[in-house]
Design a protein around this ligand. Sequence first.
Ligand SMILES: [Zn+2]
Length: 373
Amino acid sequence: MNVHPRVLGLAAVGIIVLLSACGSGKAGASASVRPVIGVKIYDAAGPFDNLFREWRDLGVNTLFVSEALLKNADFRGLARTNGMPLFLIFPVFQNPEALKEEPGLAAVTAAGAPAREEWVEFVCPAREDYLSRRAGHLRDLVAEFSPDVVSLDFIRYFVFWEKVAPDRAPESLPQTCFCPVCLAGFEKEMGVRIPSELAATAEKAKWILETRAADWTEWKCRVIARAVERLAGAARQAKPGVKVNIHAVPWRKDDFGGAVRSIAGQDLARIAPYADFISPMCYHHMVRQSPAWVHDVVADLSAQTRVAILASTQVSEAYVEKTLAPGEFGAALEEALKPPSIGVVLWSWDALSKSPEKEEILKSSAGLKKKPR
Ligand SMILES: [Zn+2]
């Protein structure tokens, strides 16, 4: 097979509209493929004609949308007529609404407390009843509204990675989930007996992390891979041709002592068989990295899997006071567009629409405008 796997991935998802004679070679080493230029949009009020006109003008060709927008028939119709594939952003374990109704679903920290930091509130990833409800909901959405891709977000263990800077001590990252369901599941599946004299959750967590750390990481990675398999299966049951994307924590394999597996439970090699794309959230500015880091993350993930990588970058500052200047936005965009990434997804449209200067930079990068010398 001589065709580049990334090109196959693109063709398979139906983004054939992206195949063109642009010839820049930007999106793949071996073919003239226009890169994916996507935006994440969560909320918008119709009519949407001007919005789609604006997107066409900017070179945007792919839309990552919330459930609410997917359900809007006018929006869906315009996406179809404009040939813009719809990725449904589907949050999995971040779910404050579910936790409000059923606090017992909360993931539990090593201190025995509900896993919560500001807006980040996670459901325990091992609850069969919860996962079954989420899978059923996803199946219904795909059956009724037929997105091109389901984009599984927050499909991992609790961690507010957006605030994790490069100098963060790995041992300070939050370990979860030590709820009774997880402790029992871990013991049974991994053949571990937690000493019966340990009564408090904090004592059990300490014992596990000190004496069974490798088994614990293995268990976490299995739980997340099973959740991916379950949700991807539910989506494909409703629509066999639907593709699956995974939002990945932007940590390279060895960052923070291998925290992408031991903290987040995201093991790419295990998750990839169920996915068509992996989309690392390379929001360099909030995690205090340079634009070049965006490509470093893509390259690291790409070395772990043959699945297509689609980098996501941030448009404006978040969680840090320093402004994300247009030039720095452009530099990160360029890094995101370097192969093997098949394009870029911008978080968020809301931020981009507020900056004409950044919109102009996007136009240049999308090849719609001659770049200034
Ligand atoms: Zn749990």
